[in-house]
Design a protein around this ligand. Structure first.
Ligand SMILES: Cc1ncc(COP(=O)(O)O)c(C=O)c1O
Length: 361
């Protein structure tokens, strides 16, 4: 048996007719940029998360960059976040010349909220929690800290489409939240796409202008902006796929439950999950001190895997200049993690094969 780490074509088969119809409709509509499909998606996705406004942009990276610009983040302002994340979280901060300040993580992969207070300085403007792997950060505590110190919160929800914390969706806690629809995500487009969400009208208007050269109406720039529009084709694909998101997240939870209940091997540490029903399992990340051997073994058994992420950001050449002390968990975690296949279309047979393989490692 050969089990891929991820494969979008299996899902495409089950929705191909809907997708083709939607694409044809857009192609024949005479409007390819900022039309009804984008508007519909902005409305339905913001409603799905539970916030008032959505602004479609061309990637999750741009969503973060524009969100920070809308909050007037300036060069040398500090943004509190984590080093165990995808590079774009940090590259978006750096595009504005702001300084990422790294906080260590807990072993559930999210920011250690108890260490945030100590990192706040006069330059701190934003806390940017990353809901990594589909696991929510401790937002109730982070909200309290932000309120007390008059800081803004930008949530990185690129891996958390539908994640909940005490029954409220991630993306509905911060002043602004940012989603990526990169094809591998729980809600994935068939190309690059992203969205900014907020319930603040002024911020929404500013983000909307920023995504199009700083324009509100007509060819007039109120401030310097960007070209970062979600296009009609990706929006129509996302409109189709959003209808299937909850069902697909449940399938991921089912696979995760099987892994959690059936993987029994002392050499493997299972992830620390607080609530299976609120986690959307974008990734299922185990730990092992024998990673090189496990990779060899999985490869021999034709099982795909990933590492998210092999090197914390502050260890990578581009970002070595960033201050990075006391990131002990972040550093040890990165050496041990390995991500198992967990997309909704994995068959039970495949999941059982993965479990059996892990147990005999
Ligand atoms: C945690 C995180 N933040 C930000 C991004 C950036 O999203 P995009 O690839 O759409 O720019 C990603 C995805 O790559 C991500 O996983």
């Amino acid at each position: 048996m050969r089990v891929p780490f991820f494969n979008y074509t299996r899902q495409l088969k089950s929705i191909e007719r809907e997708i083709n119809q939607a694409i044809n409709k857009v192609l024949n509509s005479g409007r390819l940029i900022l039309g009804d499909e984008v508007k519909n998606f902005e409305n339905s996705f913001s409603k799905y998360i539970g916030v008032k406004y959505g602004i479609g942009v061309n990637s999750g990276t741009d969503a973060i960059k524009i969100a920070l610009r809308a909050l007037d983040v300036m060069p040398d302002d500090e943004v509190i976040t984590v080093s165990n994340t995808a590079v774009p979280t940090i590259s978006a901060i750096r595009e504005l010349g702001a300084i990422p300040v790294f906080i260590d993580i807990k072993y559930d992969s999210t920011i250690n909220e108890s260490k945030i207070k100590k990192a706040i300085t006069k330059k701190t403007k934003v806390i940017l929690p990353v809901h990594l792997y589909g696991q929510g950060c401790n937002m109730p505590v982070i909200l309290k800290i932000a309120k007390k110190h008059n800081l803004k919160i930008v949530e990185d929800c690129a891996q958390a489409h539908g994640t909940k914390i005490n029954n409220k969706k991630t993306g509905a806690f911060g002043h602004i939240s940012c989603f990526s629809f990169y094809p591998t995500k729980n809600l994935g487009a068939y190309g690059d796409a992203g969205i900014i969400l907020t319930s603040n009208k002024k911020l929404a208007e500013k983000c909307r202008a920023l995504r199009m050269y700083g324009m509100k109406q007509g060819y007039y720039s109120h401030f310097e902006g960007y070209n970062s529009r979600l296009d009609e084709l990706q929006a129509t694909i996302l409109n189709v796929k959003l209808k299937h998101l909850d069902k697909n997240n449940k399938k991921r939870q089912k696979i995760a439950t099987l892994y959690l209940n059936k993987v029994k091997n002392k050499k493997i540490t299972l992830p620390d999950i607080s609530n299976i029903n609120e986690h959307v399992f974008h990734l299922f990340v185990i730990r092992t001190k024998n990673r090189a051997k496990l990779i060899k073994y999985l490869t021999a058994k034709n099982i795909g895997y990933g590492i998210h992420y092999p090197l914390p950001i502050h260890k990578q050449t581009a970002y070595k200049f960033l201050e990075s002390s006391n990131l002990l968990n972040t550093e040890s975690y990165a050496k041990e993690i390995i991500s198992l296949p967990i997309f909704p279309e994995l068959s039970k047979k495949e999941v059982n094969y993965i479990i059996k393989t892990l147990n005999s490692f």
